[in-house]
Design a protein around this ligand. Structure first.
Ligand SMILES: CS(=O)(=O)c1ccc(Nc2nc(N[C@H]3CCCC[C@@H]3N)nc3cc[nH]c(=O)c23)cc1
Length: 291
């Protein structure tokens, strides 16, 4: 089942034009390497996703599912796919975001100003609003999957778990639980295996918390089950020390227990743009001095 670009152009890339360089990261799918691809006369910088285990021969490789997902996506704040390479294993060739995952970057650069975080997270809300408009659910939105092209430009990546919702349906139901990022999941995902854009909104709130916590892990030291008890008793993640009340209010709106009480990404991106404007005008603060 080969994938073809929306203009019908082949997505098949020529392995002899691909040069792999160093390993960038690894996930539960395989690993990501940096490299270059000779696209026509230009040599472009790429990220290459390879499979970790030998794929079950008959099952369509996970990586092709991700490729089929990404081929229909076209937005500035969503990582672009260059194509698929059939070398000794199947490789997904994606655009390179040189600064890498947001959580890792913020851990190393604690001096990033809260105003910049508002800018980056507004871009993420715009990318997610595009995804919502296409009736796609991401299902793995987290700071580790927000990549930085520069300190001012963020892109959503890692569509390995994303699903295109059936026509007329606003949620995806799976019958089996998997290796799930429980700390980023809304209650209805954990209880009923129900995934919708409103579930991605919950994850966006956790991602916003990570971004204002210098990339720290949420619910440090708590296990999956404890999280549920915590959420059921109406507890939520605390306001990060350098996060303003206005930004924290956005997080809290994403963590409404009932999906219908959470904002859509269309609403969220409008709220974040307004917040961004007010911060630029100095009418509100994005962050507080720590302590
Ligand atoms: C600062 S660094 O040298 O550590 C670094 C790390 C990762 C990257 N880039 C990427 N990483 C990842 N990493 C995955 C690895 C597994 C955990 C989730 C990450 N999102 N997926 C992608 C996908 C498309 N394009 C990418 O550039 C890319 C760049 C720099």
């Amino acid at each position: 089942s080969d994938v073809t670009l929306r203009e019908g152009r082949k997505l098949e890339l020529d392995p002899s034009r691909l040069q792999l360089k160093e390993k960038l990261g690894a996930g539960n799918f395989g690993s990501v390497l940096s490299g270059t691809y000779q696209l026509g006369r230009k040599t472009i910088e790429v990220a290459v996703k390879t499979l970790k285990t030998e794929q079950v021969p008959n099952e369509e490789p996970e990586i092709l599912k991700e490729a089929n997902m990404m081929k229909d996506l076209d937005h500035p704040h969503i990582v672009r796919m260059i194509g698929v390479c059939h070398g000794e294993t199947i490789m997904l060739v994606l655009e390179l975001a040189p600064l890498g995952p947001l959580n890792k970057y913020l851990k190393k650069n604690a001096s990033v100003r809260p105003e910049r975080i508002v800018d980056l997270m507004t871009q993420v809300a715009e990318g997610m609003a595009y995804l919502e408009s296409k009736n796609f659910v991401h299902r793995d939105l987290a700071a580790r999957n927000i990549l930085l092209v520069s300190e001012l430009f963020a892109k959503i990546s890692d569509f390995g778990m994303s699903k295109a919702l059936g026509l007329g349906s606003d949620y995806y139901k799976t019958d089996t639980a998997g290796k799930w990022p429980l700390k980023w999941y809304a209650p209805e995902c954990i209880y009923y295996y129900k995934f919708s854009s409103k579930a991605d909104v919950w994850s966006y709130g956790v991602t916003l918390w990570e971004a204002f916590s210098n990339g720290r892990k949420p619910y440090a030291g708590m296990k999956g089950q404890d999280i549920l008890t915590w959420i059921e008793s109406d507890r939520r993640l605390d306001r990060p020390p350098t996060c303003s009340e206005e930004v924290y209010a956005v997080m809290r709106s994403c963590w409404q227990y009932k999906a219908k009480d959470r904002p859509t990404f269309a609403e969220l991106s409008a709220t974040m743009k307004d917040l961004q404007y007010q911060v630029q005008q100095g009418t509100i603060l994005a962050g507080l001095e720590p302590g």
